[in-house]
Design a protein. Structure first.
Length: 260
């Protein structure tokens, strides 16, 4: 398959997930707690099932890694990584800042990604070697003169262990910390790609949480890596930096390390 056909399929996957999610937003839906106590809803499962049906029909040799239904064909060189609702807590609270994440990995490396916000109709699309598009128009990160000017975002302090929280807060103290943003999940990365946020830092993410974000941020002239500055792939541990202005990367890594 070519990147063009992959992008067409990825957009159809996002459309299928959107159609499954929208009728249940701010409506009655079934939900329960998973083994790790995180919530899962009828919408999460319906959206992933819809995407899997489409992949089974149109890319039957490709692997699938999904948050809700696990892995199929795990030895395939091409793997579609699906997070039907990244930000289930926001979805359940009626806050339209969650998103559907769709990634394509080639030999473990992210080469295509989509963030789709099904309620607002916002969609970021990134692919290796191509500029990121936001609703069909080019998206670009903004420059950041110093770390002290940076607006930093993260999903929430409750997702950091004590050790990681210490490092995160040490970094936050070096940014424009009175503008620190909590909440947003994948939506923060779209805002970064469009030049509204400078920096997102998280820990404990799984592959389905970050794989789609890499081509989007990097195709908008930003950078993504782990807390050591290494590129993200299927083997990464889930400590993630997304930065709009790559010139500030050394400052960010130094800020995270200063609590050692």
């Amino acid at each position: 398959m070519t990147i063009t056909s992959d992008l067409m399929l990825a957009n159809r996957l996002a459309d299928a997930a959107r159609d499954a999610i929208r009728p249940l937003f701010r409506a009655a839906f079934a939900h329960e707690a998973k083994a790790d106590a995180s919530p899962v809803t009828e919408a999460d499962r319906a959206a992933e099932a819809a995407m899997r049906r489409l992949l089974d029909a149109e890319a039957p040799r490709d692997g699938i890694i999904g948050e809700e239904y696990g892995a199929e064909r795990p030895d395939a060189a091409r793997q579609w990584v699906l997070d039907p609702i990244d930000g289930t807590v926001s979805f359940m609270a009626g806050r339209p800042i969650f998103g559907t994440l769709i990634a394509l990995l080639q030999d473990g490396w992210p080469v295509l990604g989509i963030i789709d916000q099904p309620i607002s109709g916002e969609r970021w699309v990134g692919a290796l070697g191509q500029p990121t598009l936001f609703n069909g128009e080019p998206a670009r990160t903004r420059t950041c003169r110093t770390l002290a000017d940076a607006t930093l975002a993260t999903t929430g302090p409750q997702y950091f262990g004590d050790h990681d929280a210490e490092h995160f807060m040490a970094l936050a103290a070096k940014t424009a910390h009175k503008r620190l943003i909590f909440g947003g999940d994948c939506y923060n990365y779209g805002l970064l790609a469009s030049g509204h946020v400078d920096l997102v830092v998280e820990a404990g993410l799984k592959l389905h949480d970050f794989a789609a974000l890499v081509p989007i941020v990097e195709g908008a002239s930003g950078t993504m890596c782990d807390w050591n500055g290494d590129p993200l792939n299927a083997d990464s541990a889930g400590h993630v930096i997304a930065l709009g202005d790559p010139a500030r990367l050394e400052d960010v890594i130094e800020g995270l390390a200063c609590a050692h």
